[in-house]
Design a protein around this ligand. Structure first.
Ligand SMILES: Nc1ncnc2c1ncn2[C@@H]1O[C@H](COP(=O)(O)OP(=O)(O)O)[C@@H](O)[C@H]1O
Ligand SMILES: [Mg+2]
Length: 353
């Protein structure tokens, strides 16, 4: 097991600060995800850790050992890429053996380690096959076996599931998570898919324009985003601008979207512009409980099986989305008014940009 310490890492391409003074501490055995939109610097940061991109300033250490001066093949990492990077003219076994041959491991040991790695990714017996005979999911398993076979201290994944269809993605992410946990490996996982990040990570760093916005567990990243960017990136939240009003000792009253919201805590001085984040599941319909509520009009209902997504307008015309259970309030027709209940503690407020 290996911990990773990244200190003040920076990398510039022409005028773009792809990685801008990033510091992170990744623990032994953690699956740590770098999450953010395309172009935010995830791949550049991962390639710097792998040794495929130069470090302009800052340092990278595995445990107490500084590794940013070492060539890639001496860093003790296994890497899995989005496009698999499988050699088409080698057999499956030849692909998996690649890193062992480069390290001059004896042939008999190569055979047993390749077999074991293929077994781990549920491809026992596939060694003699050609990559052409394999599906996308199987090819990615070969790539994972190739990364595992060298018994690396650290596993790096760069969007490994992006080329697979939706169902396979959700299956493979569980396989990756189980393998990483079973082997107790420290892993850094890059994705732009927020659901994938929430599903498999111990902790997530949300990146934006080369900088870290927040590092936290999936639950805390989702429930207590520290910035409006994190709130918006994680789950399709409703962002509603408003003006803070009086604090009543418990909640701050905020005028927004032609109505008034109660938000837990003293969030801003009266008169300050704020942005409210209302999660689609934080607004409840047909709810008999006490507590604050707002009025809205139903405009459209999307039935999604176990769930439905309701589209509604607030008094000033602002459009919002609400998640409800599949069977809830099915007698409500578009145009009808809805009373939406909420818990003031579930509404997050951010300074207006
Ligand atoms: N080799 C390169 N040359 C020039 N610009 C690059 C290079 N690699 C990345 N960039 C730029 O750095 C930024 C971050 O890119 P990247 O790390 O690939 O982001 P991500 O993986 O999050 O999509 C982008 O603006 C990208 O255009
Ligand atoms: Mg990338």
């Amino acid at each position: 097991m290996t911990s990773i310490r990244i200190k003040n890492l920076t990398r510039t391409f022409d005028t773009v600060r792809a990685v801008d003074d990033i510091s992170l501490d990744i623990k032994h055995g953690e699956l740590f995800t770098l999450l953010g939109p395309s172009g935010c610097g995830k791949t550049t940061l991962l390639r710097m850790i792998a040794g495929f991109a130069d470090v302009e300033s800052g340092s990278i250490s595995f445990d107490a050992r500084r590794i940013d001066g070492l060539p890639a093949h001496r860093r003790d990492i296994g890497m899995v890429f989005q496009n698999y990077a499988i050699f088409p003219n080698h057999t499956v076994a030849g692909n998996v053996a690649y890193g062992l041959k480069a390290r001059n491991v004896p042939a008999a040991e190569i055979k047993s380690r390749v077999d074991k790695a293929l077994e781990r990714v549920r491809l026992a017996g596939y060694g003699p096959r050609s990559p052409h005979q394999l599906s996308g999911g199987q090819l990615q398993r070969v790539a994972i076996a190739r990364a595992l076979v060298i018994e690396p201290a650290v596993l790096l994944f760069d969007e490994p599931l992006s080329n697979l269809d939706a169902q396979l993605r959700t299956e493979m992410r569980i396989e990756i998570r189980q393998l990483q946990q079973a082997l107790g490996l420290t892993a850094i996982y890059v994705t732009h898919d927020q659901e994938e990040a929430l599903a498999i990570s111990d902790r997530i760093a949300v990146l934006r324009q080369g900088k870290v916005e927040q590092v936290d567990t999936p639950e805390r990243i989702y429930r207590t985003p520290q910035t409006a960017f994190v709130a918006e990136f994680l789950g399709s939240t409703n962002m509603v601008p408003g003006i803070a009003g009086a604090f009543d000792g418990r909640n701050t009253h905020v005028a927004a979207a032609g109505t008034e919201f109660a938000v837990r805590g003293e969030i801003a001085p009266p008169g300050a512009p704020v942005l409210l984040s209302l999660r689609p599941e934080a607004l409840r319909l047909g709810d008999g409980s006490d507590g604050p509520r707002i009025q809205a009009h139903l405009t459209l209902r999307e039935f999604l099986g176990p769930m439905q997504r309701l589209h509604a307008t607030l008094p000033d015309g602002t459009q919002i989305r609400i998640s409800a259970l599949g069977a809830q309030a099915f007698d409500v027709l578009p145009g009808a008014s809805l009373a939406l209940a909420y818990d003031p503690a579930q509404i997050k407020a951010f300074p207006s940009p």
